[in-house]
Write a protein that binds this ligand. Structure first.
Ligand code: NDP
Length: 458
């Protein structure tokens, strides 16, 4: 009889957990997974997927405006119905939940609809919704419980919604406020603005999207303002009061505003509550993340962790890559080369979108003795007839000594789609000469990335 019931027990069926479970099972391991909320985790249920669907919905606003210059006239003014969008989104997510369930079944992964915690280095305690308790043993246990949104402490913070709650609002907020200057804040400001809310973004610093290329941040500020988002920087929420069914918000600069919904998009914390880490001697680092080695082993080597629980970018593709790497370490005969976290491309689905890979201009200046910056901003061809004033920014950052393109940035339509291709070149370490010798696809906006000839600055 085997020493343990399972070779791998995964806690959490989000992007990283499901990928690890399926990949380990495909490698011949006997695998189980526990989830007590929803299959697919944050990304599928309250993150990437519904956010992108809502972003599509918001883009129609511009499309209706742009259409007239191309000869299209709407017989009635367009009318937006929140319940249709919300409920269609929920239907699609239900479909995806089922696909996840079937994928696990087809991979021969045993699924427990239960909340799991650690008892010892090889034992998991499971409690289901009916309160039944069960213990299972596993040679290795993978913690893949992801992150959970966090709301700062201020009077009235119970009235602030988090990103788990914002998708399913009963009523559409005619006046919407979002706190924070990161990914979720700018994305939801663009979504609700596009859907028709009077939208206010509140950020404590000088300029949102800290850590992104400064020119990208400035450009995004201009474009989001042009689209009608009210940006309030160098301020914060001091209090929220509920007056009737309206939220009265007082800002730290003394201003007061009345809104119908407030989203706190102020970051996420590792979701470790109730896992039982402390009793096993697994401590968290200063950022509240679980320290792991190259093999994703925690301080207890039979217990592994990945994704948003550990240090590194909180991005689905990172969790997926870590899952496959972890399985290669623990369930395949050969040790893989360490995972390379360099030049991870990312997109922010604000309007217009941001796509970026590699170093910002500021980071490149720190790292290299001399750099060249190539950049262009222009009105996309579509907007010659649409009358929209929207502009597109494209930018390459080059190490002068080697000619290697170390960063590529875009703000504009489908920036994520464009940058995904450029990311291959940046990741491969190609030179500006390689970009120059690549022929453009005409007429596209993306061709600007291979036709930039004169440095804007050194
Ligand atoms: P971020 O970490 O991106 O941003 C958090 C924001 O909240 C920052 O602007 C921060 O300010 C601000 N903040 C933090 N604490 C406070 C406070 N006490 N009072 C006021 N403001 C505060 O987190 P998000 O919640 O936006 O997103 C979480 C993560 O999810 C992202 O980092 C990203 O990795 C991932 N994500 C990815 C997406 C994508 O790939 N498109 C989309 C959405 C999320 P400051 O800058 O001053 O610290």
């Amino acid at each position: 009889m085997a020493e343990f019931e399972y070779d791998l027990f995964v806690i959490g069926a989000g992007s990283g957990g499901v990928r690890a479970a399926r990949t380990a099972a495909a490698a011949g391991a006997n695998v189980a997974i526990a989830e007590d909320l929803y299959l697919g985790g944050t990304c599928v249920n309250v993150g990437c997927v519904p956010k992108k669907l809502y972003s599509y919905a918001a883009h129609f606003h511009d499309a209706f405006d742009d259409a007239a210059g191309f000869g299209w006239h709407l017989s009635e003014p367009p009318r937006f119905e929140w319940a249709t969008l919300r409920d269609n989104k929920s239907g699609e997510i239900k479909r995806l939940n089922e696909i996840y369930r079937r994928m696990l079944e087809n991979a021969d992964v045993t699924l427990f609809d239960a909340r799991a915690s650690l008892k010892d280095p090889h034992t998991v305690v499971l409690k289901n919704a009916e309160g039944n308790r069960q213990e299972v043993s596993a040679k290795k246990i993978l913690l893949a419980t992801g992150g959970w949104p966090w709301v700062p402490d201020f009077p009235g913070n119970q009235y602030a919604l988090d990103s788990n709650q914002i998708f399913d609002l009963e009523r559409f907020p005619e006046r919407f406020m979002v706190l924070g200057g990161g990914y979720i804040s700018v994305e939801f400001a663009s979504i609700f603005n596009g859907l028709g809310s009077d939208t206010h973004l509140i950020y404590r610093g000088d300029l949102f999207l800290r850590g992104f290329d400064d020119e990208v941040r400035e450009f995004t500020r201009t474009e989001m303002t042009r689209k009608g988002v009210n940006l309030h920087f160098n301020t914060n929420i001091e209090t929220i009061e509920l007056v009737g069914d309206v939220y009265s918000v007082t800002l730290t600069d003394g201003r007061k505003m009345e809104v119908d919904a407030i989203l706190s998009a102020t970051g996420r914390k590792a979701n470790v509550t109730g896992l039982g880490l402390e009793a096993l001697g697994i401590s968290l680092d200063k950022a509240g993340k679980i320290p792991v080695n190259e093999r994703f082993e925690t301080q207890v080597p039979s217990i592994l962790a990945l994704g948003d629980l550990i240090a590194g970018p909180e991005l689905t593709p990172v969790a997926l890559a870590e899952a496959m790497q972890l399985v290669a370490h623990h369930f395949s005969p050969d040790e893989p080369a360490p995972l390379n976290y360099a030049a991870i491309p990312t997109a922010v689905f604000c309007h217009p979108n941001i796509g970026t890979v590699g170093l910002s201009e500021e980071e490149a200046r720190e790292k290299y003795a001399a750099i060249r910056v190539y950049r262009t901003d222009f009105k996309a061809m579509k907007h010659t007839l649409s009358a929209s004033q929207e502009r597109t920014l494209m930018k390459l950052v080059v190490d002068d000594a080697t000619d290697v393109v170390v960063g590529a940035h875009m703000v504009g339509d489908d920036a994520g789609e464009v940058i995904q291709g450029v990311a291959i070149a940046v990741r491969a370490g190609l030179t500006k000469k390689d970009f120059d010798s690549t022929l453009g696809i005409h007429p596209t906006g993306a061709e600007e990335f291979v036709t930039l000839r004169t440095p804007a600055r050194h």
